[in-house]
Each structure stands twice: as structure tokens, then as C-alpha cells.
Design a protein around this ligand. Sequence first.
Ligand SMILES: [Mg+2]
Length: 247
Amino acid sequence: MINLASDLDGTIYKGNELIKGVEETYKLLIKKKVNIIFTTNNSSQSPDVLKLKLEDLLNHKIDIENIITPLKLFKFYVDPSKYKLYVYGSNNLKKFLQDSNYNLTSLEKSNAILIGRKDDLDVNEIEKIINYVKKGETIYCLNKDLTYPTENKELPGNGVVVKIIEDSIESIIKSFGKPDYFYTQYFSDSKIKVDYVVGDRVDTDINFAKKINAYSILVTSGVSNFLSEDSADLKLNSFSEIIPFII
Ligand SMILES: [Mg+2]
């Protein structure tokens, strides 16, 4: 069986709209027994919410096992009983973690920090976090995306805060997003050999493909890239053009 890992935002849909031709292509790939794994750095929506969104847009049942998100990997790799967790992020993120049995607390009482995304940058809070990490507290982040796409523009993502902290502590924060450690580790731990990766971002999708030795297909239907697009094995306009290269 062929395993194809496809990004979501900018590849399958943009905001709440499916990209042209994706539904037909998706159904044809399924018919040809291609296993499609959805790989996203979206951590503001739970895997269940993404499943419903995909089913609605694609008019097709989706197996939740085939949706890989930073939140799913956080649950997979981090035992809820291990940490008293301080979360920098939205109320949605905090609720998801509490519902998943994580013990959330204040920075003062925490023994680990998780960086998610907040709509407004909170400089005071970031300063405090840096002080705790400098004293040796464990820190994780959900992803390192510098921007994330919305309906009509790109906004600053988790990566902005992560970069400020990393520069200040002079070390690398472990991330649950593409193309970082836990994300690639998950595929080897689950013994899933990905043959193709399709996505719109060089820094996440194409670099992820390289790390797991998959054939990388860049689509130009999403963001504009700050890294060279020449590193992709193949460059196409959109997901709807991939068929001849895969089957
Ligand atoms: Mg994308």
C-alpha cells in the first residue's frame, strides 16, 4: 500500500473552503487504495474537530487514526501524571488538555511549560517563562510555525514566541510539530513508512519529507515560502495535480 501524508491548511483547504479539485482527487486516491494520512501543525483545533471538518468538506468518512496533529502527539508522548503543566496558549487549548487529564497549574507551581499560540503576544508572561526555563524547568512547544494561515491573511504563529525564548535560553525547545523530533519519531514508532508528502510549506512539509525519507511534493496553493522551493522533489499548483505522479 502507498502511504501519502498530506498537509491540511493551504493544501486540502484554506480556512473553511476546500481547494478546487481536492474532493475528486481524494476519492480517486482512496479508490486506488492509497492511504492518506493528514499531517498538520494545527493545534488550535482538536483531532475530533478536524475529523468532522474534513468529513464535511470531503463528503467522506475519515479514520481519526489518520489525522496527526501536535495535540495528538503530545497526548501520545507525554504521560498526564508526569507534569504539573503551565500552558501559554488559548482557553481552547487549556480545555483540551484538561479534558485529556493533564494537570494545569500556575507558572509558580508548575514543573513543565507548554507553549501554544495566543492571539496577543504577552511579553511579561514570556519574560517570566524565560526565567523559569533558565532555572532548569522543562519546556515543550506544539509547533514552531512562524505564521499560520487564516481566510485572507497570515498571522504570527507559535514559532514567534518559541524563537524569542530559544534565543534567550540559547537552546532548542522540543516541538510536537512538523518537521521536529516528536513528529518524525511518531512515524517510526508507529512503523508507518510514508512514501509521499504533499504540502505548501518548505520549512514544515518539505523538511518533514526529507527527515522521513519520503518523496516531497510542494503545492503552490497555500503560503508564500521564505525558504527556497527548489528543495522539493516536485512542485505542482495544487493537490488535484498529484495523481499521475503517484498512481
Ligand atoms: Mg499548510
